[in-house]
Write a protein of this length. Structure first.
Length: 179
């Protein structure tokens, strides 16, 4: 598969088959992430690979949803976390130049999503994890003064073929000025 085909095939997968993602494939996905550009070459990322404890994280999200939110997407995210094989927790370990670090970590996550697609593994970039950052940090005994949870990525084999999306073309969002 060539690069543009991988980009076109990448989808947010929310339903997974009960098939284990091999450790070697998880490592390939994370290695692809580390090839992303990082501002000032800080490489501000750390990844926690979670398999068994993802049920606890899903529980944290369900409790949050019941107590503090009417946003149905949080419950849907909890369900996705329960059914995925692997959850990657993405942390920032550098508190200097926060905006640049966020951009760098975003590039890292996109690389991971594309490599997962390349390997035939479904993925979902999860922002809702931030609602339960405190609980996740406490559960894994992570000091929030040393690391900050930025996002999560669910990995697994797709249990449903995602529909093709109609996206805007570059020509629809581009305006040439001073050319």
């Amino acid at each position: 598969m060539d690069f543009i085909d991988i980009v076109k095939r990448r989808r947010s997968i929310r339903k997974y088959l009960p098939i284990e993602v091999r450790k070697e494939d998880i490592e390939k996905i994370i290695d692809a992430g580390t090839l992303a550009p990082s501002a000032h070459f800080k490489e501000p990322w750390e990844v926690l690979v979670v398999k068994k404890a993802k049920q606890e994280i899903a529980r944290f999200m369900k409790e949050y949803s019941e107590q503090k939110s009417e946003d149905i997407s949080i419950l849907k995210t909890a369900s996705t976390i329960e059914t995925c094989d692997t959850l990657l927790l993405i942390y920032c370990n550098n508190f200097e130049q926060e905006k640049y670090n966020l951009l760098s970590i975003g590039a890292m996550i996109e690389n991971m999503l594309l490599e997962a697609t390349n390997l035939g593994i479904g993925s979902l970039w999860i922002g809702n994890i931030l609602h339960v950052e405190e609980q996740v940090n406490a559960y894994f005994q992570i000091n929030s003064k040393e690391k900050k949870l930025i996002s999560a990525v669910a990995l697994g084999y797709s249990g449903k073929e995602p529909k093709e999306l109609v996206r805007k073309k570059g020509s629809e969002i581009t305006k040439y000025i001073d050319c």
